[in-house]
Design a protein around this ligand. Sequence first.
Ligand SMILES: Cc1cc2nc3c(=O)[nH]c(=O)nc-3n(C[C@H](O)[C@H](O)[C@H](O)COP(=O)(O)OP(=O)(O)OC[C@H]3O[C@@H](n4cnc5c(N)ncnc54)[C@H](O)[C@@H]3O)c2cc1C
Length: 464
Amino acid sequence: MPEVSLATPTPDFTADVVIIGAGASGLTAALAAAENGSEVVVLERDASPSGSTSMSSGFVPAPGTRFQHAIGVTDDTAELFFSDLKAKTYGQLDERLARLAAENIAPAMEWLADRCGVEWHVLDDFLYPGHARHRMHAVPEKTGAALEARLLAAAAEAGITIVTEALAETLFFDEAGKAVAVGLKRPGNTTEVIGCGNLILACNGYGGNQQLVAEHIPQIAGGQYYGHAGNTGHALTWGEALGAEIKHLSGYQGHGSLAHPHGILISWALMMQGAVQLNNEGRRFSNEMGGYSEQAVKVLNQPDGIAWNIYDAQRHNFLVNGFPDYCEAVGAGAIHCGADAAELAKVTCLPELILASTLAEVQALASGVGSDALGRDFTGVTPLKAPYYAVKVTGALFHTQGGLVIDNTARVHRADGGTFMNLYASGGAACGVSGPAVEGYLSGNGLLTAIAFGYLAGRNACVV
Ligand SMILES: Cc1cc2nc3c(=O)[nH]c(=O)nc-3n(C[C@H](O)[C@H](O)[C@H](O)COP(=O)(O)OP(=O)(O)OC[C@H]3O[C@@H](n4cnc5c(N)ncnc54)[C@H](O)[C@@H]3O)c2cc1C
């Protein structure tokens, strides 16, 4: 159980900066802290660091970078990005944190490229819902696993110590409210204590803790958790025990397109390219352009909690050529194909007549005939053409967005005013920029605060 102790510990060794969690956030923080000469130790519960970062698509939104300029996007700004973030939450986000993230992500990304050798490309073949510009950056492999691998390689190059199989359980504080050490559980049920000059919590949120999810986000408690299992809410539990300010615990990233039962992400780029979602009755049930996060709840509310993504060969080829997850889904046998509506009905067990009528309606809408009762604008969408493709999906919880409120240097706020003198939080451990509800998640908000707040935490925590 995570706990806070006022006992005086005897550290096995001490580092200037101790970071809990070796995902994108912890590694970015470690690189930033080490650059200024601090001795940095990262504590990671797993034998091999991966985190939700490795499960992710690895897409990071950043406005005004030179990587955007290189592909001709020259008019994006932190202010424009902030207004997209705000609009997605209907104005319910924490504006200061959103500005902090929007203003710091581009410098953080350029610094990762210049100082740590992390190469970025901007994706310009589709826009995710809610983004006014092409600003999604990815490493060349376009996977979160490759992003994690590149950060780990940079950490090794910088001589950063990563202690694996090190489950942080106890935070030791002194009477003055200063973090002094971290108590670890190591293999064989042994324990160790690491002393710290500064402490950064980068151990993500509480998606892997069913009890906390049921308490704070009951609407998704029945859905699958598809983030890293080890993210069980330690930062939240420590923060509560310490009297930290905590906000937006009901906010999260959902996803309405997880191949079922295979558990493979089917990118929402498919919908942006003109696919539609039908329920088990063969009917559309939503405007698919709203965003993939809120779609998780809409899908879970359908019969059996599932939906079918329906598309055609053109869209299938688009995904095969750019999305490694989708290729995995093809290999796993998750993708079905039918020469026409009747055959598609057979392979999916969808009712043939209703399916045919839904496809005809979608065809008409994409050809500019009529308007969609569900509110989707089909302008510019090429009509689907047989043969048709289908993948069965469900809604899932990817990660939680609420957490510890930080100041502009990433120090954790106290609920009763002021900040902790040497306690920092970043990534999923910190309060995010998605407001209190699933609709507020703008794609990329996860890695946005992992990298921007990790960068801030690392730079500031190195000043002892
Ligand atoms: C399928 C999927 C796709 C996604 N795609 C995107 C995307 O394209 N773009 C985007 O912006 N976001 C995406 N996200 C969200 C994104 O992955 C996360 O927001 C981001 O990785 C969080 O980074 P982090 O460093 O805070 O956490 P993590 O990467 O989860 O790292 C936290 C680490 O802390 C460790 N840890 C936890 N507790 C302890 C403890 N007590 N002691 C020691 N170690 C501990 C964990 O083992 C883990 O390694 C996606 C998420 C999923 C699940």
